[in-house]
Design a binder for this molecule. Sequence first.
Ligand code: 5GP
Ligand code: ZN
Length: 116
Amino acid sequence: MSEHNCLFCQILDGHIPANIAYEDERVMAFHDIAPQAPIHILIIPKQHIATINDFTEEHQDLLGYMILTAQKLAQELGVAEDGYRLNFNCNRLAGQTVFHTHLHLLAGRPFSWPPG
Ligand code: 5GP
Ligand code: ZN
């Protein structure tokens, strides 16, 4: 299911190095190469799914699992109580640049609302 031209599939396959925070059979979490906060981790499914638009009912468990993985990382990193932001960017207007769905976990500073 890995896509040859996909950057994050290449990280999953070990062809491109990443600073991995967590990995199991369903997901991988690694530190963003250009962090926008003191903690900036990307949680990705091991299955190549390009955007959040491509998730279907069969992916419900996987989607929930990605969010729970982010929650556990936030707890382990000690930021759960202070707060953190979870974010999916979907397609052009949201600024998605890597078309392998990823959940951003951002923490360690205040975040404004509405986002820019
Ligand atoms: P998007 O804008 O698609 O939601 O987020 C893509 C994220 O992937 C960006 O925050 C960007 O910094 C990160 N990124 C892009 N290339 C790499 C890479 O090679 N390694 C890592 N760890 N992160 C990357
Ligand atoms: Zn991929």
